[in-house]
Design a binder for this molecule. Structure first.
Ligand SMILES: Cc1cc2nc3c(=O)[nH]c(=O)nc-3n(C[C@H](O)[C@H](O)[C@H](O)COP(=O)(O)OP(=O)(O)OC[C@H]3O[C@@H](n4cnc5c(N)ncnc54)[C@H](O)[C@@H]3O)c2cc1C
Length: 502
């Protein structure tokens, strides 16, 4: 006999923890089961060699008083528990190309965003204004993004708009077209597939207000776990679920790898839907559905170089940097040529003392296939292992290539570094359980928008899904997904009203 709960949640990523906190606050007895010793999934931060590194949340949008994420976080009492700092209002992202010193800056607030880019491209002011107007209009048509209930059909005509083509239609200058797409690493931008609505929803939240978590994204996970504990719920670490037991079409309990059992009336999975289906081993799911979900394409993976700087050696940059060797590469970064890798990177710098940087993360796309020969190995702090010959050498080779590319824009970067380490697609796969270490889960495709939409309800009536694979990834996207999932139990209208009235 194991413990029994109202709701058992599998996975303590942002999606699982938010669902736990929302439902706990509404009277449900919750258990969140997490396979790792650390909670948070992509919210995890960790210290190494004196540096604090985020694994998957470098900045968050929409946290200004009155904005959507602020309201969701306030409803759960998170705003008082987390330390955040606003990015430079004159610019939160900067886009850079090739050998040029020119920095194309994205500023916070639409007025400043337009003015800043129009200074660099004066003939295109009207186009930039129209582009911004269309982003705002689109966001307004996504009701949950604005904490309203609405009809899915209301936005149907927006789902198949291609991001690249739509952006390009507003302005004529190819350089500006690429500048406007410059931070598409936030959704693993694909020229053929990425929908404009994803670009718009993400960018809008940062233009509204862009924030970094001081002390790492893991403080959001800690704050949510505290809320769950205060409602009488439990967040249980080192509890890897390897089976969801289904009897007569209903989920009855989950079983962990070490044989513990957790019963519940309701179950929520924060895992990839394909992984969730496999855990049920159930024939309740129709073959066609299983086929569709298991064959959905996932976004590319990533290779990360994390560095700690020597004291007062590298100036702090209060902006995120997106760099492309060639401006025309903006939409094909995920399809890179291995021989030329890396041609692009995103650079996230953390603040040290007296205007200098303390540490930085450099992120480059990486195909899982490049590390696939070690696919059968597993290495985490909980389950340490040596991946075998060649693995560290390949990581080292990749790190040197990234250093060489950064040096072109930031001469002296390498010599400013005190220590560094790297994360491969296998690191992400082993820590988050995401298939092939995929960056953001399911790849959305504007040519088949409905195919990549995953509803919260499953064929098993008391098994719901949540997390980045539902609607949209990222802190904003996953927060909205949690409202959808919890709305299935609490009623979406009354939940939205409670959040709006906080
Ligand atoms: C490199 C990177 C950078 C990013 N940068 C940003 C950013 O700057 N801003 C932003 O908003 N978003 C960013 N994102 C996206 C964002 O972090 C994610 O979309 C979001 O955190 C995903 O949350 P989730 O709950 O859906 O899933 P996850 O965080 O993947 O959580 C899933 C959890 O389930 C656990 N789990 C898996 N299998 C099992 C099992 N069998 N039993 C028990 N537990 C299990 C995992 O260990 C994990 O804790 C980034 C992502 C990455 C990878």
């Amino acid at each position: 006999m194991g413990d029994s709960f109202d709701v058992v949640i599998i996975g303590s990523g942002l999606g699982g923890l938010l669902c736990g906190a929302i439902l706990g606050k509404n009277g449900y007895k919750i258990a969140v089961l997490e396979k790792n010793p650390l909670i948070g999934g992509c919210l995890q931060s960790y210290s190494r060699n004196g540096g604090l590194f985020d694994t998957g949340v470098h900045y968050i949008g929409g946290l200004e008083k009155g904005q959507t994420l602020y309201k969701i976080f306030s409803y759960l009492g998170l705003m008082e528990r987390i330390r955040i700092k606003r990015f430079d209002e004159e610019g939160f992202d900067v886009i850079k190309f090739g050998d040029s010193d020119t920095e194309y800056v994205y500023a916070q607030s639409y007025e400043k965003f337009i003015d800043t880019l129009a200074k660099e491209f004066p003939d295109e002011r009207e186009g930039i204004e129209n582009y911004c107007r269309s982003i705002k209009e689109l966001c307004d048509r996504f009701p949950l993004y604005n904490l309203r209930n609405g009809d899915f059909m209301d936005k149907m005509d927006l789902l198949d708009m291609n991001a690249r083509d739509t952006i390009n239609s507003f302005v004529k200058d190819p350089l500006l077209q690429n500048v406007l797409a410059g931070n598409n690493c936030l959704y693993a931008g694909s020229g053929e597939k990425s929908p404009f609505y994803i670009h718009a929803l993400i960018l809008n939240s940062y233009i509204e207000s862009a924030w970094r978590c001081e002390g790492g994204g893991s403080q959001i996970a800690t704050a949510l776990a505290d809320v769950i504990a205060e409602t009488g719920g439990k967040v249980i670490r080192k509890a890897e679920v390897n089976r969801i037991l289904v009897s007569e079409g209903i989920a009855t309990k989950v079983i962990t790898k070490d044989g513990r059992e957790f019963g519940g009336k309701q179950f929520i999975s924060d895992l990839h839907p394909a992984v969730t289906i496999a855990l049920t081993q159930s024939d309740v799911f129709r073959k066609a559905y299983v086929n569709r979900i298991t064959h959905l394409e996932n976004t590319v993976s990533v290779f990360i170089l994390n560095v700690v700087f020597k004291d007062s050696a590298f100036p702090f940059i209060n902006k995120n940097v997106y760099y492309y060797s060639k401006s025309e590469n903006v939409w094909n970064g995920t399809e890179y040529d291995e021989a030329k890798w890396p041609e692009n990177y995103a650079l996230f710098v953390t603040e040290g003392k007296d205007g200098f940087a303390h540490s930085a993360s450099v992120m480059c796309y990486m195909k899982y296939s490049e590390f696939e020969q070690w696919a059968d190995t597993k290495n985490t702090v909980f389950q340490p292992d040596d991946r075998g010959p060649g693995y560290n050498e390949l990581k080292e080779e990749k790190a040197s290539k990234i250093f060489a590319l950064i040096e072109k824009q930031y001469p002296g970067f390498r010599s400013a570094v005190e220590s560094y380490h790297t994360l491969s697609p296998l690191t992400y796969r082993d820590y988050t359980g995401t298939p092939h270490g995929s960056l953001y889960g399911i790849q959305r495709d504007c040519s088949e928008p409905l195919k990549t939409f995953v509803p919260a309800r499953t064929k098993i009536p008391n098994l719901l899904l949540t997390g980045q694979n539902l609607n949209l990834h990222g802190v904003m996207g996953v927060s909205v997904s949690s409202i959808i999932t919890c709305g299935e139990l609490l009623g979406i209208d009354s939940l939205l009203e409670k959040i709006r009235n906080t």
